[in-house]
Design a protein around this ligand. Structure first.
Ligand code: AG3
Length: 286
């Protein structure tokens, strides 16, 4: 049971759990796909959980969403078409749409319930992104979409849950293979890849698949307080050279885009690819 004595306990990991105080329970119900809850916490603001696992909070979502959007988009330098898989809360779309040069965003979310619900209970996440004419919302299974779509994208962002339940198919080799076919030349794929201290295999498995498919593959890190257990890893895969974009070029692009981020800076962008030893050891070898 994830709600106990006025606290929300997360049971994602076998031997470690975080708890957030539930000031007010605002919503608690079962959608077609998962159990959805929103509550108010004094430190984090509104918190969204799916099947008891924290997905996003008003307080710290900027870290996750900025790092999964501005890193690939500014490294690419000319992204016009972006695909988001998942992201029903609208936070990822919000950050992508800050780039005036992005002409089209396709967002593929499996759960229409999450989108409707987020507009109502978490308006601060999407901040009007769902009304932007550049956004095309597709309610579909991300894996089915990736297999059958014909469009191509400069940046693909996988904003998934953890690889349990509906999110599991978004961590398979065949899904990554289909994603690669959807990338335009020089296109970049980034993924939510869990907290490597607690979910080491998740990162190794994804990177093993990337290594077989892409010329440049790896991961970068950011600490998101509500994804407890150490920094979170984001998978990076491309056949292009964008990872090596120098910091002064990133600075110019950041300024030209008129961004004023709360986490992302061009320096943080470069530094995020520096991996501590325990993470480096999780990368596939040979
Ligand atoms: N989706 C990522 C949630 C992952 C939480 N996992 C974890 N703590 N290991 C967030 C959706 C926000 N748009």
């Amino acid at each position: 049971m994830s709600l106990r004595d006025g606290w929300s306990f997360e049971t994602l990991h076998a031997d470690y759990a975080q708890a957030l105080k539930v000031e007010t329970l605002l919503y608690d119900s079962e959608t077609e796909h998962q159990r959805l809850r929103v509550f108010e916490n004094n430190r984090f603001g509104r918190v969204l959980t799916l099947d008891g696992v924290v997905q996003t909070t008003e307080g710290d979502n900027f870290i996750y969403h900025e790092m999964l959007t501005h890193v690939p988009i500014l490294a690419h330098g000319a992204a016009r078409r972006v695909l988001i898989v998942g992201g029903g809360d609208g936070g990822m779309a919000r950050e992508v749409l800050r780039h005036a040069d992005v002409a089209h965003v396709t967002m593929v979310e499996i759960d229409a319930g999450v989108v409707e619900f987020s507009k109502q209970y978490l308006p601060g996440l999407s901040q009007g992104a769902f009304d932007d004419p550049r956004l095309e919302l597709v309610i579909a299974d991300g894996a089915d979409y990736m297999r059958s779509a014909r469009e191509s994208f400069d940046v693909i962002i996988i904003d998934s849950t953890d690889p349990v339940g509906p999110g599991e198919v978004l961590f398979t080799d065949s899904f990554y293979g289909h994603a690669r076919e959807r990338l335009a030349e020089g296109g970049i794929l980034v993924t939510q890849n869990g907290v490597p201290f607690l979910q080491p295999d998740e990162l190794t498995n994804t990177l093993r698949a990337f290594k077989a498919l892409f010329r440049d593959w790896g991961c970068y890190l950011a600490s998101v307080p509500s994804y407890a257990g150490g920094p979170m890893a984001f998978g990076w895969a491309t056949d292009g050279e964008a990872r090596r974009t120098p910091v002064d070029v990133l600075r110019r692009r950041y300024e030209a885009a008129g961004l004023a981020c709360d986490y992302y800076t061009p320096e943080v962008h470069r530094a995020a690819f520096a991996l501590p030893g325990y993470v480096r050891k999780l990368l596939p070898r040979g």
